[in-house]
Design a protein around this ligand. Structure first.
Ligand SMILES: Nc1ncnc2c1ncn2[C@@H]1O[C@H](COP(=O)(O)OP(=O)(O)OP(=O)(O)O)[C@@H](O)[C@H]1O
Length: 428
């Protein structure tokens, strides 16, 4: 496979499919180099008052503990983003305050609530104090990795993963102060296995809170966990999207919350350029994809399909799926073909292209605007540039593009993938 970086064209694999380590290392260096350029872009955005990455405060001014400050700087963060600057003081206030918070994809929500949990726990107490639940196994794993990285200099704070396959001995209470997991397993840990004492939980975080509320299975399990907590337990709900009905429900469930909410026109990121390609037949979508690859410098891409069969991940176990994502995260795979299971939260900074091979639709065949936003948000992470390309192969899919444009009041530009010059100028 050939990959183009700037004017350089590099072969990633030698004949016989063996990776040349020196070549690979040079490749990684060049990829990193292009990311360094992007980092400067982040600096610029963080000083632009209209950017969601903008903040007036430093991490020091957010009064983080020294060990956490070390962790944050060790991750390469210089300044907080807007959501971090606004949400952290609310999450750390005394007496504790509830929060429902919305911020665009890739603007540092995970980092914000991870910092809140790490700041909140008392490491001397050897029982679970913070519970965080997320909709998928891979997202729970990813959040756990962020907490581990950030908490690198807090050796007494421990974390347990409440995910499928992580078997624990029944009845023996966990000593880990933080548990991150999916709702089904965490519920089992609270009720069936009694590993967690729900009355001792003082911070409860729902990531991707809208989907946790709107999807029936998740909602029932989350509510059952919530019912066992005390009334004083602090509740923190985060997502990039909240449909109106979901927002109303959240406000009913969360007592007296602080609220951080975006206006509809603020939900999309300017750094992600959105296009659609008209394809006469289904097969044309493959040609369009090849053309995109032929003319773009794509570090990594994510391609979304409707069905697991189409994405060829139907037969995978959650562990297999997680290991594929890990390979992708480490740059060992350049393309991830997936269904909606990876539409939310997955954070891989090198993703420069998202393709909606099949457009996101709801049960009634209408545009699923929230899923659309989460899918395209897999690129353009923390101020980076990204491209989102939608394949349109019918009148119905054109209608969906129009619905999405109207919903976010954003233009999605037509792209002719057979016209290389036009592509270059539009996508530069
Ligand atoms: N203050 C910061 N400075 C630099 N990078 C940051 C900062 N905060 C977060 N990041 C990085 O930005 C990327 C996106 O952050 P994160 O995953 O927390 O976003 P998110 O808002 O939770 O995204 P999503 O809506 O997709 O779940 C991550 O790679 C993270 O390490």
């Amino acid at each position: 496979m050939w990959i183009q970086i700037g004017k350089k064209k590099l072969k990633t694999k030698k004949d016989g499919d063996k990776v040349d380590l020196a070549e690979q290392s040079l490749l990684n260096k060049l990829i990193r180099h292009s990311l360094v350029r992007n980092r400067n872009q982040v600096e610029v955005l963080q000083r632009d008052p209209t950017s969601p990455l903008y903040s007036v405060k430093t991490f020091e001014e957010l009064r983080l503990k020294p060990d956490l400050l070390k962790g944050v700087y060790n991750m390469g963060f210089n300044r907080p983003s807007r959501i971090q600057e606004n949400a952290l003081p609310m999450m750390l206030a005394q007496p504790p305050q509830n929060l429902i918070a919305q911020s665009q994809s890739g603007t540092g929500k995970t980092a914000a609530f991870s910092l809140a949990m790490l700041s909140h726990v008392n490491p001397a107490n050897k029982w679970t104090q913070c519970l965080c639940i997320a909709p998928t196994y891979e997202l729970a794993l990813q959040i756990g990795q962020v907490i581990e990285q950030m908490g690198k200099y807090c050796p007494d704070v421990k974390l347990a993963y409440g995910i499928r396959g992580n078997r624990m001995e029944r009845g023996i209470k966990l000593q880990e102060q933080i548990v991150i997991g999916t709702p089904g397993t965490v519920l089992d840990w609270c009720t069936k296995y009694r590993l967690i004492e729900p009355k001792k939980i003082t911070m409860f975080v729902l990531d991707e809170a809208d989907v946790m509320i709107a999807t029936q299975g998740h909602r029932d399990q989350s509510i059952r966990i919530h019912r066992q907590l005390t009334k004083d337990c602090q509740m923190l709900l985060f997502s990039a999207t909240f449909e109106d009905s979901v927002w109303r429900f959240a406000e009913q469930v969360v007592p007296d919350p602080n609220i951080i909410r975006l206006k509809r026109e603020e939900e999309t990121l300017d750094t992600i350029k959105q296009f659609y390609v008209v394809c006469k037949e289904k097969e044309d979508k493959f040609t369009a994809l090849c053309n995109l690859y032929g003319s773009l410098t794509i570090a990594q891409a994510m391609i979304f399909c409707h069905t697991r069969k189409m994405a060829a991940c139907g037969e995978m176990t959650v562990e297999q799926r997680a290991s594929v994502i890990e390979r992708y995260r480490n740059g060992k795979e350049k393309v991830l073909v997936t269904t909606n299971v990876c539409s939310r939260g997955i954070d891989v900074e090198q993703v420069s292209l998202v393709v909606n091979f099949d457009l996101p639709v709801d049960m009634d065949g209408n545009a699923d605007n929230e899923t659309y936003l989460h899918r395209i948000g897999r690129t353009g992470r923390f101020g980076r540039r990204g491209f989102a390309v939608n394949m349109v192969d019918s009148k119905h899919s054109m209608d969906i593009i129009n619905q999405i444009e109207m919903h976010f009041n954003r233009r999605i530009t037509k792209l002719d993938t057979s016209d290389l010059e036009e592509m270059e100028s539009l996508m530069s």
